[in-house]
Design a protein around this ligand. Structure first.
Ligand code: ADP
Ligand code: ZN
Ligand code: ZN
Length: 741
């Protein structure tokens, strides 16, 4: 063992390479695979981090050129060899570099002293006058204070980065008693875990027992098949997750629970903590690098055994995971569409499952069509919960908004919903008004017959582009004029869709001036913890009406909410995407599931211009199977996933002519190598958002049933293109089966 094989921790494709380094005598006995080390790198011998991935007796270059490792960072391997294998798998699967996968798996190391936070010292009685004194002079202390005057705790490391300063001004303020350091709260993120009371497990229902038995069986006799729980909202899935975790802990193993970030509320966390106490920890996107690293280390060292968190929690470095749970498995947030590697946490979980012989449990009231299809084919074990634990279901009514127009009601509320809201206010019960708005796209429809302008080639809705006043199809690139009259009924009432939550709030204020209203959307939840604060206020009865986007549809459980109004179900139905029916079914079902969770009967009104559309009808009936059967037929007929894979290629650049030319050249290359017409190409066409920051965006979509062949083909063709033309000025974005087109 003369040399260590090192992968460097720099995300840059041309150094995605294993380097040989010498091992100095003093490290020889201690060095292991998976350790993090400091190495000199490049001409300047800059000190950077790397990971030991193996050893060798042979040098890959002239021995004299090999440099020595400087030091090791921790006394233990930071990453197991199985996780190095995972990184290699991710590199192939998500066509990226090994080092970017390693960075995903291992959070940034941060000096531990740095992740203390500071906050204004409210115990200081002369705080105001002290602050004034500091603010008089233009000093670094003043600038630190200005940050803290917003009232939140801020990590010391952030202040130092932001103001480009050292500790001195912070320490001076601490000394004066104006600010104080806090450590405790950051440790567990923003969730208050210590005050949660222990709770006993309830007796399982017969259905729950059956589902648990399937999971236990898989945990005892590993077949490698994930278990998919299809259970209506309120059927007791979370209780089943708790039992699976309990079993893992009894086996001396650990558990990971993935939940969508927006469902990661205090209420959710408490259910796990009440059962497993301080063996539970939480991670989420608002943690600082230091906090995240801290969580990660505690898991690595076995201080905790259950980790709850969003997508990235799948990388929690447990030594011996027994179960990975994915709640609301249909959620698109499990796939990262923006950052590289564009990994899918469900796929990573399944890979980990194979590597560690660990059971993967996925649960949803509305499983993704692709996953249910896999269960149907026997790739997953299916477990079903048919009934709500309390056996209470809301009344669901579809309201045909076309008829409101005839009644000359131009409000966003139908007569029925308006009446129901006023009745609910009288009873002192709460209402949720829900707008399933998504993305930026606007569609065009007929107000009289509900017909939505649709591309004949692709059977998806046209998207309206205001700038050019045209309708575009984002699949085939077709572009047509906006019709003056409805092609179906001849009406002149053409409608450009796009209602916002603010508009709804205005109307609520107009019709129900006495009601107290909370609004939750991207605008009102930008600040730290504002999401949780709005929910807490609603739970405490500080408002009668909560208005929100899909953010409020998930997993919330409010006993006093007895009315849910879905304002415009069509918004998600017409997003110009083959998944629009699926998304609509999921959103409407989830939103409806918020009504009548406790003893009081719930009512749901679904307002729509397409009252016969199957995703709306089936959601109203709470009939997943009927929806699934319709949807899978449509996918089969149109050759959409799961019957094919869609590889999405986008070129961007400031010179639109060049972007168009290069992507057309790529198409030319692809057609040349498309020997047996195994691959189908669509485009080039402008992207949904055709220009961002003056960068033009053009795309090609390639389809093929075989995922591996498709990936290899696209990568191969892009490399060919790169060899024959200059790609300077062009950025290439690749995404396999993106959430949205
Ligand atoms: P889901 O996760 O499927 O939406 P939950 O696990 O949240 O369902 O269960 C719904 C409600 O029923 C919760 O209030 C939960 O405490 C309760 N519950 C679940 N299982 C049982 C049980 N076996 N006995 C009594 N109550 C239960
Ligand atoms: Zn019409
Ligand atoms: Zn089309």
């Amino acid at each position: 063992m003369k040399y260590a094989l090192i992968i460097v921790s720099v995300s840059h494709s041309n150094i995605d390479h294993i380097f040989h380094y010498g091992i100095p005598e003093n490290l020889r006995a201690r060095i292991e695979i998976g350790m993090r080390v400091i190495i000199p790198f490049g001409k300047s011998n800059k000190k950077i981090e790397g990971y030991v991935t193996g050893f060798s007796d042979e040098a890959d270059v002239d021995e004299g050129l090999i440099k020595d490792i400087v030091d090791i960072c921790e006394s233990y391997p930071i990453i197991s060899s199985k996780r190095i294998e995972l990184a290699n798998w991710m590199k192939e699967k998500y066509y990226t570099t090994l080092s970017s996968c390693m960075q995903c798996i291992i959070p940034k190391k941060v000096n531990e002293k740095n992740f203390a936070c500071v906050v204004l010292n409210s115990e200081n009685e002369s705080l105001d006058s002290e602050i004034e004194k500091v603010l008089k002079k233009d000093t670094k202390q003043k600038r630190v204070l200005e940050l803290l005057l917003r009232g939140e705790e801020i990590p010391v490391s952030h202040i130092k980065n932001f103001l480009e300063t050292d500790d001195a001004p912070i320490n001076a303020l601490v000394k004066k008693g104006i600010v104080k350091k806090v450590y405790e709260q950051v440790y567990r993120g923003n969730f208050n875990i210590s005050s949660v009371k222990r709770a006993e497990a309830p007796e399982l229902t017969r259905e729950q027992k059956r589902v648990c038995d399937i999971i236990y069986d898989e945990m005892d006799n590993f077949t490698g098949k994930p278990v998919l729980i299809h259970g209506v909202t309120g059927s007791g899935k979370t209780e089943i997750y708790l039992r699976a975790i309990e079993k893992a802990l009894k086996q001396g193993k650990e558990a990971i629970v993935l939940v969508p970030e927006i469902s990661l509320t205090q209420q959710t966390v408490e259910r796990f903590v009440s059962r497993f106490g301080d063996r539970v920890s939480v991670t989420h996107s608002r943690l600082s690098d230091g906090e995240r690293y801290d969580q990660w280390t505690r898991a690595r060292l076995g201080e905790i055994s259950v980790m709850i968190g969003p997508r990235s929690a799948v990388f929690t470095p447990f030594e011996n995971p027994g179960v990975i749970i994915i709640d609301e498995e249909h959620e698109t947030t499990y796939k990262s569409d923006q950052l590289s590697p564009k990994y899918d946490a469900r796929e990573v979980a399944q890979k980990l499952g194979q590597l560690y012989k660990c059971t993967v449990v996925m649960g949803s009231a509305t499983p993704s069509v692709t996953d249910y299809y896999k269960a149907e084919k026997g790739e997953y074990r299916l477990a079903v919960l048919e009934n709500r634990v309390n056996n209470l279901y809301p009344n669901v009514e579809i309201v045909d908004m076309r008829k409101e127009l005839i009644k000359r009601n131009f409000s966003v509320f139908s007569e029925k919903l308006k009446y129901a809201i006023s009745e609910n206010l009288k009873k002192g019960e709460q209402t949720i008004l829900f707008l399933n708005r998504r993305g930026y796209s606007t569609f065009v429809s007929c107000r009289e017959c509900g017909y939505v302008m649709t591309c004949k080639n692709c059977n998806v809705n046209y998207t309206y582009h205001k700038g050019i006043n045209k309708l575009n199809c984002h699949y085939c690139g077709a572009s047509v004029n906006v019709p003056q009259v409805c092609p179906v009924c001849g009406s002149r009432h053409i409608r450009y869709f796009g209602t916002g939550t603010e508009k709804i709030e205005q109307e609520v204020n107009k019709y129900f001036p006495e009601a107290r209203v909370l609004r939750m959307d991207m605008d009102t939840t930008k600040r730290k913890n504002s999401h949780q604060k709005i929910l807490d206020r609603f739970r405490n009865g500080e408002a009668e009406i909560l208005i929100g986007t899909q953010m409020i549809a998930k997993g919330l459980d409010f006993a006093n909410v007895t009315l849910v109004g879905i304002i415009a179900a069509d918004l998600s139905l017409n997003i110009g995407d083959y998944r629009s029916s699926e998304v609509t079914f999921q959103l409407v079902t989830q939103a409806a599931g918020r009504a009548g969770r406790a003893e009081k009967k719930g009512n749901v009104f679904i307002q729509t211009y397409s009252p016969k559309q199957y995703s709306i009808v089936c959601a109203a009936e709470n009939n997943y199977l009927r929806f699934y059967n319709e949807e899978i037929n449509y996918r089969k007929n149109m050759v959409y996933p799961p019957f094919t894979n869609i590889f999405f290629i986008m070129f961007t650049g400031v010179n639109e002519g060049l972007v168009k030319q290069r992507i057309s050249e790529l198409l030319y290359v692809m057609k040349h190598y498309n020997k047996n017409n195994m691959f189908t190409h669509l485009g080039p066409s402008p992207a949904v958002i055709s220009k961002i920051n003056n960068n033009y965006r053009w795309q090609i979509i390639v389809k093929c049933e075989d995922e591996v062949k498709l990936r290899n083909y696209v990568i191969f063709c892009i490399e060919k293109l790169n060899k024959s033309v200059d790609l300077k000025g062009i950025k290439i974005h690749l995404n396999m089966n993106p959430n949205y087109m």
